[in-house]
Design a protein around this ligand. Structure first.
Ligand code: NAD
Length: 352
């Protein structure tokens, strides 16, 4: 069969279980690509906490420029707090990539795969969380004065720009158009009367351009309760960087745990590559045991293929994951090895 297209992917396996789940996701992505008549090539970058210990940097000085040449980035997990402080590893690799490539939409799907038992009574929810990924509470604006003295002061200022807020809201409304047509916009505008009132105002302005999308504004505390009590009432949920960060861990919990939580850091303008990664970290407690659940990374790879325009291969991976979990693979922590779960997904791909 002639190959229609080849995509050039940067693999950054990272630390702990990162390399195991990246290997699994790559094998599944390649198998789906073969079935759908396109090819993937990988360049692997060893950027990680070990790399930091050897070189003093999480990635080389030209790391961003090196990544820029790829069609997409598939990342495992970064962090090894026993040897490198998390503030160093996060600010040395993940955050610079998200910011340099303007990956302003962080997309995280939350639903139960067949056979997976979540902690809630509701099993029918299907939520797409969209988190602003480049500014807000994680802008990094601030500082500390009088350090180490009794008069020490720490200031961290959230930055909300009209451009940043409007574009993430538009992204959410567009996503809702292709789903069930509902947007939940999350703020805390009763208490935060500047930035969050601003967010609510822009929500109303953007909503006027989408008369077919139903929009509701929620406060973050009420949204946290709703995700537990009535998650089936939610479709697209859009929130700031901090609120989205917290809500998507809740989302991961209600979908059965971090082993199932996938994410995409997307630059919708496509002026730079987007990055796809599981929500989980390097899991030092199970690293090296071959027990990591690869489904979150595999789902992230499916999101990557969808972003690259290979929707058919992406859907193929999701069907194969569902077939594997319906057969009992990957649904209970530690019940099968990473390889056994990956093989179950590969088998399902090849059976179709
Ligand atoms: P973690 O996500 O690594 O682990 C939390 C718990 O979930 C652990 O008990 C772990 O065993 C379990 N877990 C996580 N992924 C799993 C999987 N695929 N299969 C089975 N169990 C899984 O969070 P942590 O322990 O707080 O952080 C460890 C390191 O990872 C830290 O350095 C942290 O900064 C980093 N981290 C990185 C990312 C990222 O790269 N995007 C995200 C979160 C945390």
């Amino acid at each position: 069969m002639s190959v229609a297209k080849t995509y050039d992917i940067a693999l950054v396996p990272g630390d702990g279980i990162g390399p195991d789940v990246t290997k699994a996701a790559w094998a599944v992505a390649e198998a789906a690509a073969a079935r759908d008549g396109f090819a993937l090539t990988a360049t692997t970058y060893p950027w990680s906490c070990n790399y930091y210990l050897e070189t003093g940097r999480m990635m080389p000085e030209d790391g961003i420029e090196t990544l820029r040449g790829h069609d997409a980035i598939l990342l495992g997990a970064v962090g090894w707090p026993a040897t490198v402080p998390d503030s160093v590893s996060l600010h040395g690799l993940l955050l610079p990539i998200r910011k340099a490539f303007d990956q302003y939409a962080n997309i995280r799907p939350h639903r139960l795969l067949p056979g997976v038992e979540g902690p809630l009574k509701s099993e029918t929810f299907d939520i797409l969380c969209i988190r602003e990924n480049t500014e807000g509470e994680y802008s990094g604006a601030g500082g500390r004065v009088h350090q180490g003295t009794a008069d020490e002061v720490a200031v961290e200022t959230a930055i909300f720009t009209r451009t940043g807020v409007e574009r993430i809201l538009r992204f959410a409304f567009e996503a809702a158009k292709g789903r069930r047509g509902r947007v939940a916009s999350v703020t805390k505008s009763n208490a935060q009367k500047h930035s969050m009132v601003f967010w609510d105002e822009i929500t109303r302005l953007v909503a006027a351009d989408y008369p077919d999308v139903e929009v509701t504004s929620y406060h973050i505390d009420a949204m946290a309760a709703r995700m537990v009590m009535a998650p089936e009432t939610l479709d697209v949920v859009v929130a700031s960087n901090l609120f989205g960060d917290i809500l998507t861990d809740l989302g991961a919990a209600i979908q059965g745990g971090l082993g199932f939580a996938a994410s995409a850091n997307v630059n919708p303008t496509r002026s730079a590559p987007s990055m796809f990664e599981p929500v989980h970290g390097s899991a030092p407690d199970i690293a090296g045991k071959g027990l990591a659940n690869p489904l979150a990374a595999i789902w992230s790879a499916a999101m990557m293929l969808d972003h690259l325009g290979e929707g058919q291969a992406s859907a193929r991976i999701l069907r194969a994951m569902e077939a594997a979990t319906a057969r009992g693979f990957g649904i209970r922590p530690g019940a099968q090895t990473t390889d056994a779960i990956t093989d179950a997904v590969l088998t399902a791909i090849n059976e179709e």
